[in-house]
Design a protein around this ligand. Structure first.
Ligand code: HEC
Ligand code: HEC
Length: 353
């Protein structure tokens, strides 16, 4: 446990105060969850209205993998967010939803969400994990679920009835579905890559000379946006993949952050994705347009398209990286893969389920 800060939730204590007076049949109280903050990470941001508990996370994990959450009982969150791929799906645009129609955005990775403090989705169109859940749950091309039916379906399963009671001391409700899913997703922490072991001087943490050269280049050229140990500044930038944002197809999705803020300065800006696990999450960008890291580096080197909102950190002519520098950056990016995260048994589909 050395080098790890622990945040214990006061959940159990608070719940016991509020429930003792009113409840005769005492359920076991939810167990406070010790959230372990990696030593080199900043402090996370928690939702005080939804304290994490072991029971809440376990319930959220079940729900995440449960096809009952969809209208046709065939689609789960994991259909588009697979733990082996750092919770992406390897597709440019998923067709895994109930309608079978391709989505217009690429499925992002899910990890280190306890640090997300500036909006979810590629354009920040959702404010927190609790409300985000209702997006995919009810969207026609994703899970298309009627929330009343969902509550009925879950109520028909005795282990869910007791699971909600144990986690929230309340019956099944769509609100508590969202809270449990949010708790599970906040528990997904990726900080165990070879780079992390290097950073923390731990055994197994050596980097080759090419990887070290790549790290230096990433610090110089990329960390203005892919900042700090989370490898994202959680902010919105135009990284020059497009110069024309007039295409109004698909509800103006190409306009990026502008679609949410209506500020012209936000045209074509998208949320900086983390570079952690990036070797596992192809294809790349909000629309999955690049199929390999080589293509991404080719873009930053020489493919940047100038426009009024192009970020000042990127020269209009691109970063002019040499072929060797591109290779070094890519070899460094591979050190950010975290097999302890993708194979963590606590994140997989529960057994006997
Ligand atoms: C059919 C595929 C599909 C399904 C099913 C699906 N998602 Fe997603 N998910 C996506 C796509 C695509 C996006 C990006 C949408 C955007 O940015 O406009 C996304 C975005 C997200 C995000 C935002 C992440 C971030 O960093 O911004 C979270 C969290 C998330 N999904 C969780 C879930 C949960 C929980 C479920 C189940 C209730 C779920 N998803 C079901 C495809 C899917
Ligand atoms: C000006 C800010 C900025 C700089 C500098 C920058 N990036 Fe990005 N990067 C972004 C944004 C924003 C996106 C998402 C754009 C989108 O989806 O349309 C992104 C996307 C990516 C992706 C795709 C990740 C995914 O999950 O789809 C990779 C890989 C990447 N950048 C690598 C790099 C590397 C390597 C460098 C340095 C050579 C770099 N970036 C420099 C802002 C930046």
């Amino acid at each position: 446990m050395s080098g790890i800060k622990t945040i214990a939730f006061l959940a159990a204590a608070v719940w016991s105060l509020s429930s003792c007076s009113s409840r005769q049949d005492m359920e076991p109280e939810p167990q406070a969850y010790s959230f372990q903050v990696p030593a080199h990470f900043p402090q996370p941001v928690f939702n005080t209205h939804n304290p994490m508990s072991r029971e809440g996370i376990e319930l959220g994990r079940k729900l995440f993998y449960d096809v009952r959450l969809s209208a046709n009982n065939k689609v789960s969150c994991a259909s588009c967010h697979d733990p082996k791929l750092a919770f992406t799906d390897g597709e440019r645009f998923s067709k895994a939803g109930v309608s079978g129609t391709a989505l217009h955005r690429h499925s992002p990775a899910l990890f280190n969400l306890a640090w997300t403090n500036n909006g979810l989705f590629w354009d920040g169109g959702s404010t927190n994990l609790e409300s985000q859940v209702f997006g995919p749950l009810t969207a026609h091309d994703e899970m298309a679920q009627n929330l009343y039916e969902l509550v009925d379906e879950l109520n028909a399963v005795p282990t869910y009835v007791s699971g909600f009671e144990n986690a929230f001391q309340e019956p099944v409700s769509s609100q508590n579905v969202a809270k449990a899913l949010a708790q599970f997703q906040r528990s997904l922490v990726s900080a165990g890559s070879r780079y992390d072991r290097y950073r923390l001087n731990q055994t197994g943490g050596s980097l080759t000379s090419d990887e070290l050269a790549g790290l230096t280049l990433v610090r110089q050229k990329c960390q203005g946006c892919h900042t700090g140990e989370l490898f994202t500044d959680q902010s919105y930038h135009n990284n020059g993949i497009d110069a024309d944002f007039s295409n109004m197809e698909h509800e103006g999705l190409y306009m990026g952050r502008y679609r949410i803020s209506y500020d012209l300065a936000d045209l074509g800006k998208f949320k900086t994705p983390s570079l952690r696990n990036v070797a596992l999450t192809a294809p790349y960008m909000h629309d999955g347009r690049f199929s390999s890291l080589e293509d991404v580096l080719e873009h930053y080197s020489a493919g940047v398209k100038p426009s009024a909102t192009l970020d000042a950190r990127l020269p209009a002519s691109g970063l002019s990286l040499s072929a060797q520098e591109n290779k070094q950056i890519i070899s460094f990016l591979h050190t950010l893969s975290d097999p302890d995260f993708t194979q963590n048994p606590e994140h997989q589909k529960p057994q006997n389920f």
